[in-house]
Design a protein around this ligand. Structure first.
Ligand code: EPU
Length: 420
């Protein structure tokens, strides 16, 4: 059945919301499990569509997955080398599987990856990292055949641009390469040290993850291990913004606040009222939000994945703010939909919009363009007057576990399909 999300906005929220395990860590752990022949168990994997697609890919490559209350266990004794194009078309993160596959088998066919509609998302930096490790490539109309018949050889990889998934892919490939690899201009997102910790527990020799230079001494094989995913920092930041936007008192539990330092600083600057204690964040009533500019930046800067929910907050803030998206070229087009709800937003170019606030938003029929813009539309619907209906919610289900159930628990008037 074609599902949609229905929201009646304008209600104050209250109660506790639990943060899910990090999507962008879970995807990489599933890939990393392919580096070993031994069982790897992941706990706290979020129940979301992107994780399901990644599991399907891992199984299509020959791994066995079992799920129990203790977690998801992956055993990858033997591997095939062709990624399933119908799934890779839906999930850009599938490109990271090329790292472990090359390391284990010396070969992979990588179809052109898909995923979010965030503008042009090339894979040139992946290819140059593989080339540095001694991989040959052959391009066809369907994708790339990558081969390293004599195994991967450690090297210096200088990333021409900071990239999260290229850093992770190169780190995984280099784990089983001959000799030492140095990744320079590496991404520093918290998911990267989390992946390195996991690999090190399996016997890899990685230092420097979480800084811009990562060093990997290749080993012949690694064992399996158990891992609990870090909390999802984007889930956390989104709910903190939800509290601010709806001026509600909500408790966000099981978070890792240290992964969002600049975000909290920005939240203070806009006049949001909140407290952090251990792994819990509480939002409190405030006296109105104040407009402040943001520029998205690689970690530890303001995350691009929180740009859309932040922009919704700016529609409710007094004054003018400039939202400058620097990571992706297609990540501001959802603002059209906020405009249809009554927001005063001017698009300067594909990378910049100006928001004038505060404006009352009115419920509308909206379509979710990608994971993060999708959740932003939900936030907008929750503060808008009247009914909002959101289509294409697969995009939201890709990244947020039971979002309707979790928001209902806060007292939101939200449902999948039209309420009776
Ligand atoms: N890029 C290239 N060539 C490449 C690879 C990347 O030009 O070969 C460009 C990208 O097009 C982009 C920039 O480099 O303009 C940086 O992108 P990056 O590679 O860091 O992004 P990613 O690794 O594809 C991950 C997250 C994204 C998140 C970004 C930025 C995963 C699975 N995805 O993507 O998460 O926005 O880092 O932090 O980890 C999401 O969760 O909704 C999401 C899109």
């Amino acid at each position: 059945m074609h599902e949609q999300i229905y929201i009646v906005g304008g209600k104050e929220l209250t109660g506790t919301i639990e943060v899910q395990g990090a999507k962008n860590a879970g995807l990489k752990m599933l890939a990393a499990a392919l580096l070993s022949e031994e069982p790897c168990t992941i706990t706290n994997l979020p129940k979301i569509e992107d994780i399901e697609r990644m599991k399907e890919l891992v199984v299509s490559l020959g791994a066995k997955i079992t799920t129990s209350p203790q977690g998801t266990t992956i055993v990858a004794k033997q591997l095939q080398t062709t990624l399933e194009p119908t799934i890779t078309g839906k999930l850009r993160a599938s490109a990271i599987l090329a790292g472990p596959l090359l390391a284990r088998t010396g070969e992979v066919f990588l179809p052109y990856p898909g995923g979010c509609n965030l503008g042009e998302r090339p894979i040139d930096i992946f290819l140059s990292a593989f080339r540095a490790l001694g991989v040959a490539e052959e391009e066809s109309e369907k994708g790339f055949r990558l081969t390293a018949p004599h195994g991967l050889v450690g090297a210096t990889i200088l990333l021409s641009r900071v990239s999260v998934t290229v850093t992770e892919t190169a780190m995984m490939a280099a784990t089983l390469a001959k000799g030492t690899t140095t990744i320079k201009n590496a991404a520093m997102e918290p998911e990267i040290p989390a992946l390195a910790d996991y690999l090190n527990r399996c016997g890899a020799k990685i230092t420097g993850a979480g800084t811009s230079t990562i060093s990997i001494v290749g080993v012949e094989r690694i064992a399996g291990a158990e891992i609990t995913l870090i909390p999802d920092r984007l889930d956390t930041g989104t709910f903190a913004l939800l509290g601010a936007i709806t001026n509600s008192e909500i408790t966000i539990a099981n978070a890792e606040p240290n992964h969002l330092e600049i975000f909290w600083q920005q939240l203070e600057r806009i006049g949001a009222n909140f407290t952090i204690e251990g792994n819990t964040i509480r939002t409190h009533h405030h006296n109105g939000l104040i407009a402040q500019n943001i520029t998205t930046h690689e970690y530890p800067g303001f995350p691009t994945d929180l740009q859309a929910p932040y922009t919704v907050a700016m529609t409710q803030a007094s004054g003018m703010s400039l939202i400058h998206e620097t990571i992706f070229s297609g990540r501001l087009f959802y603002t059209d939909q906020l405009r249809s709800m009554g927001a005063n937003i001017i698009m300067c170019d594909p990378y910049r919009v100006i928001v004038n606030g505060p404006t009352k938003l009115r419920g509308r029929f909206l379509t979710s363009p990608d994971i993060r813009a999708g959740i932003a539309l939900i936030l907008a619907g929750l503060v808008a007057e009247g009914e909002t209906r959101i289509d294409n919610i697969y995009q939201i289900d890709r990244g947020y576990e039971d979002i309707v159930g979790r928001l209902k628990k806060l007292g939101a008037d939200i449902s999948r399909n039209r309420p009776a």
